[in-house]
Design a protein around this ligand. Structure first.
Ligand SMILES: Cc1cc2nc3c(=O)[nH]c(=O)nc-3n(C[C@H](O)[C@H](O)[C@H](O)COP(=O)(O)O)c2cc1C
Length: 157
């Protein structure tokens, strides 16, 4: 049952944060409650353990790396033995620029790592290029449909 939806957000210059805010508003408008996590503020992985649906909205910097402030979180995620999520659905939206060699490296790594920890992709990962409004609205529709079809728990009034 989906009762703990968590958004994992990592940004350098704010675009992924804007997108993650829109994702949060969209989900809440559907009647679900959602926890919002800026990965720059997370110093351990404990908050992941009770998630029943994980949404990642992250940008890529450097040579295919996470935003600077989120590097410690990604190091932890990479170095930790599998947490053994109980088949937690995940949905990842990466922001990047296909002009760089490692397009959306951070989004790809987040998906790979969450799968290693026991998650599975319930919506195909979206790798957003410089212009991404169409992909975002399509992905939000997919997300809404998926939460409804999975019988996600509505928040109490
Ligand atoms: C210095 C620099 C390095 C970047 N490196 C990459 C990269 O390796 N791969 C990629 O896909 N995008 C790369 N980007 C593009 C950013 O991911 C993209 O502009 C994104 O929308 C930024 O989102 P943010 O504002 O949430 O950080 C880079 C951008 C800059 C300015």
């Amino acid at each position: 049952m989906i009762s703990k939806i968590k958004i994992l957000m990592a940004t350098q210059t704010g675009s992924a944060e804007e997108v993650a805010d829109e994702v949060k508003e969209t989900i809440e408008a559907e009647g679900y409650s959602v926890d919002y996590h800026d990965l720059a503020d997370e110093s351990n992985l404990r908050f992941l353990s009770d998630a029943t649906f994980l949404i990642g909205v992250v940008s890529t910097w450097g040579d295919g790396e996470p935003p600077d402030d989120a590097v410690p979180f990604f190091d932890l995620l990479r170095e930790s033995p599998p947490m053994g999520f109980a088949k937690t659905p995940i949905a990842i939206m990466g922001l990047g620029d296909s002009g760089y060699d490692i397009f959306n490296g951070c989004g790809k790594e987040l998906e790979k790592e969450l799968i290693r920890h026991g998650g599975y992709s319930i919506i195909p990962r979206v790798d957003c290029d410089v212009w991404y409004e169409d992909e975002l609205s399509q992905w939000l529709n997919d997300l809404r449909r998926t939460l409804a079809s999975q019988g996600a728990t509505l928040s109490s009034p």
